[in-house]
Design a binder for this molecule. Structure first.
Ligand SMILES: [Zn+2]
Length: 164
């Protein structure tokens, strides 16, 4: 499956609201494979369809590289149905490669959605995975992590460009 180009800020697709998916068909499943492959090839812990220019509500998350045993999550039409607590953590985004920032989000979330095999899923999540779920669901509503920075001076960090 091909690794696709990730759109970079300020591409207008990243500011758009994605549409609800009404049918899980072979083109969608093939796109989901590309979404997961592109996330892995880019060493990201999550990726949302609009980052690949497809304005549909599907996300992939896999924090296993940082949290062994976490596993891959792919959710169609994901929705946060419960959020508790509050925590600030450093975030980055494959679409905003030059910056990281401290972002305050819910510490624990319950997210519901549909898996690629058409089953309803409800995922209770905490830690980095809960952050990633909120970050990726934001993408479906055209919200980037830089839109959630409380204090630009204090919380935004320019990333050192890796050489070579
Ligand atoms: Zn992102």
């Amino acid at each position: 499956m091909p690794v696709l180009d990730i759109l970079k800020y300020p591409d207008p697709a990243l500011k758009s609201i994605s549409e609800k998916i009404t049918e899980i068909d072979p083109p969608l499943l093939s796109f989901i494979d590309d979404l997961v492959d592109t996330m892995r090839a880019s060493a990201g812990v999550g990726l949302a369809a609009p980052q690949l220019g497809r304005l549909q509500r599907v996300i992939a998350i896999d924090v296993t590289p940082k949290n062994p045993g976490a596993g891959l999550i792919v959710l169609i039409n994901p929705q946060i149905i419960s959020a508790a607590g509050s925590k600030a953590a450093r975030e980055g985004c494959l679409s905003v490669p030059e910056y990281t920032a401290n972002i305050k989000r819910a510490a624990d979330v319950i997210v519901k959605g549909i898996t690629p095999d058409g089953k309803e899923a409800e995922i209770a999540s905490t830690g980095l995975e809960a952050v990633a779920l909120q970050h990726e669901i934001d993408h479906l509503d055209g919200i980037l992590f830089i839109d959630r920075i409380a204090n630009m001076k204090r919380d935004l960090f320019k990333r050192k460009i890796r050489e070579g």
